[in-house]
Design a protein around this ligand. Structure first.
Ligand code: TPP
Length: 335
C-alpha cells in the first residue's frame, strides 16, 4: 500500500483540493447548523475521509450507478448533486434532492444515478448487486459503485452480496471505507480477520488495500479498478484505509479512542497533505488558496440561503408516495 509518487498537474491538483475543501466546509457548516437546530435528526460527518470521495467519484461515468451509506454528503456532492439540493435536504425542505423526505442519511437523485444514502449498515450492498444485474439484463454499459464502511463486513448481506456478484460476474465496484471504527467498536474487537480486502479475495474478487488519506493513491486505484470491472465484466473490491476525525454522529461522546490517536491521524489530513505537495512543486500560490476559499465559501453561503428560503412540505402531501392513491382514497372498510 504505497503512496503514489507525486506526479501532479496544477489543474488536477487544484480540482482535488477544491473538491475536498467543498466537502469539508460543507460538513463543518452542517455541524454549526445542527447546533442551531436548523438541521435535525441524525447527522454523520465525513471529515478526514474526503480524499476517498474526491479521488474516486469523479471517475464514474454518467451511465454508472452509485450506492452509499448514511455518511454520504460528500459523495453526493462529488456525483454532481448541487450543494443547494443537498443543503435543502438537510433542512427537510421540498427543494431538497429527496424532497425533504430523506434528510441527511437518505440523499437520493435518480437523475445522476445516485441511488441513495442508506441508514442500514451493509444495506447498500445487495441493492448494488441488484442494480448491476438490472443493467446487465438490459444490456446497459454501467458499473455500479458501492461505498460502505468496514462495519458492513460483519453483516451477512456483505458476504451474500460479494458471493453473488462474483458468481454472476456482475460489474460492481465495492469500495470499503475502512475508518477503523463502526460507531464505537474498533475493527479488531469485532473481526477475526481485520484485512477487509482479504475477505473479498476469498470470494475470488480482485481486491487491494489503498491509502485512503492520499487523493492521488485513491484516484489511481479507482481508475485501474474501474477499467478492470468494465473490460472484464466482473466485480472489483478496494479497501480504502482512512479515518474520521469527528465523532461517529452528533450524539457520540467518543469514549472508545484516545485524543492522541485522533491527533496522529490528523497529521495525515488529506487536504493539508495535498496543499503541501502542490506548494512543494510550486503549483500552488497563496493567492490560489485565497481564491479557492472564497469560491467555496460563496457556494456554501448560497446553499444555506437556498435551504433557508425553501418550503416545508404541506401536510396534505404527507401521505403522497407512502400509500398508493387507491389505498389513500379507498372508502371500503378492510375486511
Ligand atoms: C443493520 C444495522 N445494524 C446496526 C446499525 C447501527 N449502526 C449505525 S452506524 C453503525 C456503525 C457502522 O460503521 P461502519 O460500517 O464502519 O461505517 P462508518 O460509520 O464508520 O462510516 C451501526 C452499528 C444499523 N444502522 N444497521
Amino acid at each position: 500500500m504505497n503512496r503514489e509518487p507525486s506526479r501532479l498537474s496544477r489543474s488536477q491538483g487544484l480540482r482535488w483540493l477544491k473538491d475536498m475543501m467543498r466537502i469539508r466546509r460543507m460538513e463543518e457548516t452542517c455541524a454549526e447548523l445542527y447546533g442551531q437546530e436548523k438541521i435535525r435528526g441524525f447527522l454523520h460527518l465525513y471529515t478526514g475521509e474526503e480524499a476517498v470521495a474526491a479521488g474516486a467519484i469523479p471517475e464514474l461515468e454518467d451511465t454508472d450507478a452509485f450506492v452509499g451509506t448514511y455518511r454520504e454528503h460528500g459523495h453526493a456532492l462529488m456525483r454532481g448533486i448541487s450543494m443547494n439540493a443537498i443543503m435543502a435536504e438537510m433542512f427537510g425542505k421540498v427543494e431538497g434532492c429527496s424532497r425533504g423526505r430523506g434528510g441527511s442519511m437518505h440523499l437520493f437523485d435518480a437523475g445522476t444515478r445516485f441511488f441513495g444514502g442508506n441508514a442500514i449498515v451493509s444495506g447498500g450492498l445487495p441493492l448494488a448487486v441488484g442494480l448491476a444485474l438490472a443493467d446487465r439484463m438490459q444490456d446497459k454499459p454501467g458499473v455500479t459503485a458501492c461505498f460502505f464502511g468496514e462495519g458492513a463486513a460483519a453483516e451477512g448481506e456483505f458476504h451474500e452480496s460479494l458471493n453473488l456478484a462474483a458468481l454472476w460476474q456482475l460489474p460492481v465496484l465495492f469500495v470499503c471505507e475502512n475508518n477503523l471504527y463502526a460507531m464505537g467498536t474498533a475493527l479488531a474487537r469485532s473481526e477475526s480477520v481485520t484485512d477487509i480486502h482479504a475477505k473479498a479475495e476469498a470470494y475470488g474478487i480482485d481486491s487491494q488495500p489503498v491509502d485512503g488519506m492520499d487523493v492521488m493513491s485513491v484516484n489511481s486505484a479507482i481508475r485501474a479498478a474501474l477499467k478492470t470491472v468494465r473490460e472484464k465484466h466482473r466485480p472489483g473490491f478496494l479497501e480504502m484505509r482512512t479515518y474520521r476525525f469527528r465523532a461517529h454522529s452528533m450524539f457520540d461522546p467518543e469514549l472508545y479512542r484516545s485524543k492522541e490517536e485522533v491527533e496522529q491521524w490528523k497529521q495525515l489530513c488529506p487536504i493539508a497533505t495535498l496543499t503541501a505537495q502542490l506548494q512543494a512543486q510550486q503549483l500552488l500560490e497563496d493567492r490560489d488558496l485565497t481564491t479557492l476559499e472564497a469560491s467555496v465559501d460563496a457556494e456554501i453561503h448560497a446553499a444555506v440561503e437556498f435551504a433557508e428560503a425553501g418550503n416545508w412540505e404541506s401536510t396534505e402531501d404527507l401521505l403522497r408516495d407512502v400509500y398508493t392513491e387507491d389505498a389513500v382514497t379507498a372508502q371500503e372498510p378492510i375486511p
